[in-house]
Design a protein around this ligand. Sequence first.
Ligand SMILES: [Zn+2]
Length: 328
Amino acid sequence: MNSKLLPWQAKLWQSLAGRNQQAHAYLLHGPAGSGKRELAECFAAFLLCRAPVAQQPCRRCTACKLYAADTHPDLIRLEPEEAGKAILIASVRDLVERILQTSQQGGRKVVIVEPAEAMTTGSANALLKSLEEPAGSTIFVLISHQLSFLLPTIKSRCVLQACPLPTEQESVNWLQEQQPELSVEQCRTLIALASGAPLYAKKLLADDVLTVRDQVVNGVKQLFKQQSTPSELAVAWAKIPQELLFDWFCQWAQLILRYKITEDESQLGLADMRVVLKFVASKAPLERLLETQDWLLEHRQKVLRRVPLRADLLLEGLLVRWQALLPR
Ligand SMILES: [Zn+2]
């Protein structure tokens, strides 16, 4: 592993590495895509290093070399076997057994748990005792994107460290440094699409979301000009993740409603849809807007909870409602 602190994490680093005495357990929490994993990895490297220099791992000792080669035997990462699944009680029991053994390098052991909310109640309970009285000099670093999903008993045993999102400017600067081929405008768009989370924005870019966004925005314009029908668009958009489509349409419905009430043009979201949203706000009856928003929110929940629905019918239903916002 070759972890590097992100530019907006200097203060966070100070509050972790700068402590006089290390706690047994930390809980890094904040929005997904803000860089908690990178911070946890840097912290683990620091905790394992046998001779840190100026609150940084020395990168020369055996522990640092083992960490860099991703073969440090006293660093354990506890994760779901598959993304989005639970951390199983059997995995926690294995972990507890491993930390009871003496450390192989004679120093600390570090355990990273990500995401902590993936632990079932059983898994969390199996971990509690170790969290409270870690064997030897084990340090736990838990990561959570959804603090409210964690058991209070887990939270109360950890030092909580909030990891907020960087400012928009910091995010844009970072993304542009990572992807020099992008314009500042494209970086801003990606950061906005990622709700301000820079690492999530980078993932969206890898998934080619800018192209998808163009396709969807053009589709919506064609729909209103009656150049495309809902069923044609539903077919054309079949491969676009439904979470993404529902996110965007929910945001648009909200922006239209907000503009209808405030008439504040600075609150119309990304430039690509402003003219359309403003137009719809001027034409759509309030009652129909509210109904459409209810429908969108209800079906977005179903999509997020992976309720089995016919994808083509769902999309067509969405687009029929969207088209009906403009009275004929
Ligand atoms: Zn070192």
